[in-house]
Ligand binder design. Structure first.
Ligand code: ADP
Ligand code: MG
Length: 463
């Protein structure tokens, strides 16, 4: 930061910026969902002003990118309208440099002093936030409960038990709760642990005769996030220890969130434990529907700066239906392949690359090009002629058939179909469709040929 730059609090311009920032917070609080607002906006603040350049400080790369990609324009508009002059807005990643000056009425809550009695926690993944979580009918309840727990730990939903198949977002939601609480209530001790790690810690403590220490540390928790508790099944002593830890925390009014790959009634755990789980809030996550899968892919592509057509997104979303981890994996694989081969990600490439991994079980992507190629082949003409201007009957019929099939088999608009046929007008496409419809009713062998071509285009590729 240059010497000329002024730190907040030193000059009246800063005070105005500070004021304007408060306004921006009020507006954004209405527009952004609460967990994201609390964890990603409230913790940002103006840190310097240099002429018309206002710098906002972010605490993490994720926060910086999120602000830049989603809210920079809105924040700039609000600041400008409040300040009354145009500004350039930048987001800086705050490193260990000078602490930003703190706004008087927004003193950050004091972090809890560290002690030897730190709870044992595995790290939280900073990408797993409420903001990056796509809500659909399959996870709406689990998301709402998680958001409510994040806002009021130890409130109504205690314990919260989230269950469902692999790769459906259970861990993501659990980390989101942890991160939200850490940002909102830095004084709270948050511990995230998988059932597997809990087991390992317990066995180690037993072996090293440190069970008293183990217990002390596991009682020193305000929000306990235990992932994949199905791992405890069949491990009697670990389960017993878990039961005592659970009871101790619960009785102290601490919030507990659990995940499992199945509902409590299908877990082979001690009945005392199961009845405790069932007294809390149970929320399942199920496989997402097509629209949710597409939204997840779009989000992911955006976060990874990939540009993908809707057709490719649709292809992947139809190919992988039951595991979001696989869905994301497919996207990354495709992107990596396209960058290595220096080629664009087309629907055909998606079919070629992903078909071999996931089996060609998705209906193939039908686009106008594919239709043109197939029709040209069947009528023994050139694709160039189909797209060209030649008006001889041998060409006009296949051209009209291809236009008709493009209308029937794709979502492509009339003008876009016209464009794909060498820049023809949409009325030409409509006229072609009408002509073919008439011919189909009159000429049976023509109708069965068109039917055959249509079926062939809609069939998955032969292996
Ligand atoms: P689970 O714990 O249920 O096996 P995860 O939480 O590990 O699943 O999710 C697998 C991957 O899918 C993660 O990368 C996660 O971010 C992503 N994911 C799952 N559900 C969603 C969702 N609704 N929105 C965005 N990403 C999701
Ligand atoms: Mg998980």
């Amino acid at each position: 930061m240059s010497e000329k730059q002024l730190q907040l609090g030193e000059d009246s311009t800063f005070l105005s910026v500070q004021d304007a920032w408060e306004r921006a917070l009020e507006v954004l609080a209405q527009q952004v969902n609460k967990p994201s607002f609390e964890s990603l906006i409230r913790s940002a603040r103006p840190v310097a002003v240099d002429g018309d350049l206002v710098r906002i400080g972010a605490n993490s790369t994720f926060q910086k990118q999120w602000l830049e990609s989603k809210h920079l324009d809105a924040i700039k508009d609000i600041l400008e309208s409040h300040l009354g002059f145009p500004i350039t807005l930048k987001v800086d990643l705050l490193e260990k440099g000078p602490e930003p000056v703190i706004m008087a009425d927004k003193l950050p809550k004091k972090p809890r002093p560290r002690t030897d009695e730190e709870p044992i926690s595995q790290p939280l993944n900073s990408r797993y936030t409420f903001d990056s979580f796509v809500v659909g009918p399959n996870n709406r309840l689990a998301h709402a409960c998680a958001a409510s727990v994040a806002e009021r730990p130890g409130g109504t939903y205690n314990p919260l038990f989230i269950y469902g198949g692999a790769g459906l977002g259970k861990t993501h939601l659990m980390h989101a709760v942890g991160q939200y609480v850490l940002a909102d209530r830095p004084d709270m001790r948050v511990a995230y642990i998988s059932g597997e790690t809990f087991t390992y810690h317990y066995i180690t403590a037993l072996r090293e005769h440190r069970t008293a220490d183990f217990r002390r540390r596991y009682r020193n928790i305000d929000l306990w996030l235990v992932d994949d508790i199905q791992f405890l099944t069949g491990k009697e002593r670990t389960e017993e220890e878990f039961f005592h830890t659970y009871n101790a925390l619960y009785e102290m009014g601490k919030q507990i969130v659990l995940t499992s790959d199945r509902a409590p009634k299908h877990l082979e755990l001690d009945n005392r434990l199961l009845s405790r789980f069932e007294c809390g809030m149970l929320a399942d996550v199920s496989p997402p529907d097509l629209e949710t899968r597409m939204a997840i892919l779009q989000n992911k592509a955006e976060a990874e700066h990939m540009s993908l057509s809707d057709e490719v997104i649709l292809y992947i979303a139809r190919l992988i239906t039951s595991n979001i981890r696989q869905l994301e994996g497919a996207l990354i694989k495709l992107h990596a392949y396209a960058s290595l081969m220096k080629t664009a990600v087309t629907p055909t490439l998606a079919e070629d690359v992903l078909g071999q991994y996931f089996g060609n079980c998705a209906p193939p992507v039908v686009d106008v090009q594919k239709i043109q190629q197939e029709v040209a082949k069947r009528f023994n003409v050139d694709v160039c002629d189909i797209k060209g201007k030649c008006r001889s009957k041998e060409i006009v019929i296949p051209r009209q058939v291809a236009m008709y099939l493009a209308r029937q088999l794709t979502e492509t608009s009339l003008p876009a179909i016209g464009k794909a046929f060498g820049g023809k007008d949409h009325t030409t496409v409509l006229h072609a469709c009408k002509k073919i419809e008439e011919k189909l009713t009159k000429d049976k062998s023509f109708a069965s040929l068109v039917e055959e071509i249509s079926r062939h285009i809609g069939q998955p590729k032969a292996e």
